[in-house]
Every structure is written in structure tokens, then in C-alpha cells.
Ligand binder design. Structure first.
Ligand code: ADP
Ligand code: MG
Length: 241
């Protein structure tokens, strides 16, 4: 098995706050790895560190075997790492297709001539996420769950090797969640490696191939999702049992 990403002793401190405090882990190619942990345990900070959007107090990062903890955030997309954020970040005045195209343009060469219609990768990303019929509406006309789907389309249009998803189903109802879970598994079956952060334990059990549990900036344990959720330390730290 190949590791797409490896992190070694990664720490992110904000003054006295040890948001991430010495984490080592690997993401195996072709699977959905998940992170669970209570609010404030450092999950989003870890994703920010992996995408170079925050500083590393210490530690090493490798992607596809090459060290990258010193690369600029702007290089992350061309390296093959895409992400979605914990809150929706779509441009309200652009159509769904235009929002997705922004992700495409971020990766595509700028001097590429613009033909009529949507670039093939944009159409494909809209198809894969079930958005083809909504391509020409504005985000405000869509349900919250569908807006989150647009963000996933905007991330996968870059044909990333790794997709990081920070709470993609926050604020969704059960059926929207099941839809996103099915979409992520479909993308996994097409070969897309993913790191998923979610609070909904059932969704994580249904979606992830491997699970990490964090508490207070550290990794508590990792392994098969059912084993991790059943772990006494996880039950205590995360589920309050
Ligand atoms: P999670 O995503 O698991 O809820 P976060 O990574 O958002 O946790 O936060 C981890 C800890 O780091 C929290 O105590 C939070 O207040 C703190 N933190 C996060 N970002 C910053 C920042 N930019 N400056 C200072 N403290 C931060
Ligand atoms: Mg968070």
C-alpha cells in the first residue's frame, strides 16, 4: 500500500494554545480516512497545516514521497491537494458552473484558449456531483446541502490526488448526509484518496475505511472505524461516556 501523505511530529501552536501538538500519521492511497474529535481538538488546524494555510511550529510533511512543509500555499493545488472549508465559500454572483470553473482555472494553464461552453473537466465535475441540471443557477437558489455539493465539485474539478473535507455535511439533514456519504464513496471507488472530518459518528462508520481520533491536539488512536469508535479513550474524550 502506498501512502499519499505522511506527517511526522506536526505541531501548530498559537501563542500558548497547542492547537496541534505533535501528530504523526499517514494517509493511504485510495481510501477515505476520517478524523473524529471534540470541538477544539485541532482537526481544522491540522487540515490548515496540511494545506500550508497555517504555520508549522515543528514537523515534516510529505506528499507523494516529496517533502513539502516549506512550499507556498499557492503550490498546494498544483501538487494535487484540494480541500473544502468548514463554512460554505461560494461566490454569490457567479453561477454554479462558474464557481466550479474557478477551481478548474486555479489548476489550468492561464494561456489556454477559451472555447465556447464549459471545459470538459467542469462538465464532468458537475455530472459526478449530480449538479449538471443546476449548472446555470446562482448558489442562493440552492439548498444548503446542494451548495456544499458545489464546493465538492469545485474541489474535484482540479483532478486532485487527495481531497480534504472539513465537515462537508455540517448543517445537513440525514438524507443529505447519506447522499454526500454515497458521493464520497463513489469518488473513492474511482480512486480519489480523501481525508474527511465529521462529527456524525454513524456517517463516519458508514463512510471511512480508516479512522483517526484526536483530542487536545493529539492523536488518541487510529484503526478500523468500528474499533476506534468503540475504544474506551475515544468514548470518554469524544462521546462523553
Ligand atoms: P476543531 O476543528 O477540532 O474544532 P480547531 O483546529 O478549530 O479545532 O481549534 C483547535 C484549537 O486551536 C482551539 O482551541 C482553537 O481555539 C485554537 N485556534 C484555532 N485557530 C486559531 C488561531 N488562528 N489563533 C489562535 N487559536 C486558534
Ligand atoms: Mg473544525
Amino acid at each position: 500500500m502506498t501512502n499519499v501523505l505522511e506527517a511526522s511530529d506536526v505541531a501548530v501552536h498559537y501563542g500558548g494554545v497547542r492547537a496541534v501538538d505533535g501528530i504523526s500519521f499517514a494517509l493511504e492511497e485510495g481510501r477515505i480516512s476520517g478524523i473524529i474529535g471534540p470541538n477544539g481538538s485541532g482537526k481544522s488546524t491540522l487540515v490548515a497545516a496540511l494545506t500550508r494555510l497555517t504555520h508549522l511550529t515543528r514537523g515534516e510533511l510529505s506528499f507523494a514521497g516529496a517533502r513539502y512543509e516549506s512550499v507556498r500555499p499557492a503550490s498546494i493545488a498544483s501538487m494535487g491537494v484540494a480541500r473544502t472549508f468548514q463554512t460554505v465559500r461560494l461566490l454569490p454572483d457567479l453561477t454554479v458552473a462558474a464557481n466550479v470553473q474557478l477551481g478548474h482555472d486555479a489548476r489550468a494553464r492561464r494561456d489556454r484558449p477559451r472555447g465556447r461552453g464549459l471545459p470538459a473537466p467542469v462538465s464532468q465535475a458537475l455530472d459526478r456531483t449530480g449538479l449538471a441540471e443546476m449548472a446555470h443557477v446562482l448558489p442562493s437558489e440552492l439548498s444548503y446541502g446542494t451548495q456544499r455539493r458545489v464546493e465538492i465539485a469545485r474541489a474535484i474539478v482540479m483532478a486532485p490526488k487527495l481531497l480534504l473535507l472539513d465537515e462537508p455535511t455540517a448543517g445537513m439533514n440525514q438524507s443529505e448526509r447519506r447522499d454526500i456519504s454515497a458521493l464520497l464513496r463513489q469518488l473513492r471507488d474511482e480512486g480519489l484518496t480523501q481525508l474527511l472530518i465529521e462529527h456524525d459518528v454513524q456517517m463516519m462508520l458508514d463512510t471511512c475505511d480508516h479512522l483517526f481520533a484526536m483530542a487536545q491536539g493529539r492523536l488518541l488512536t487510529e484503526g478500523r472505524p468500528a474499533d476506534v469508535v468503540a475504544d474506551a479513550r475515544v468514548q470518554e474524550a469524544y462521546l462523553g461516556k
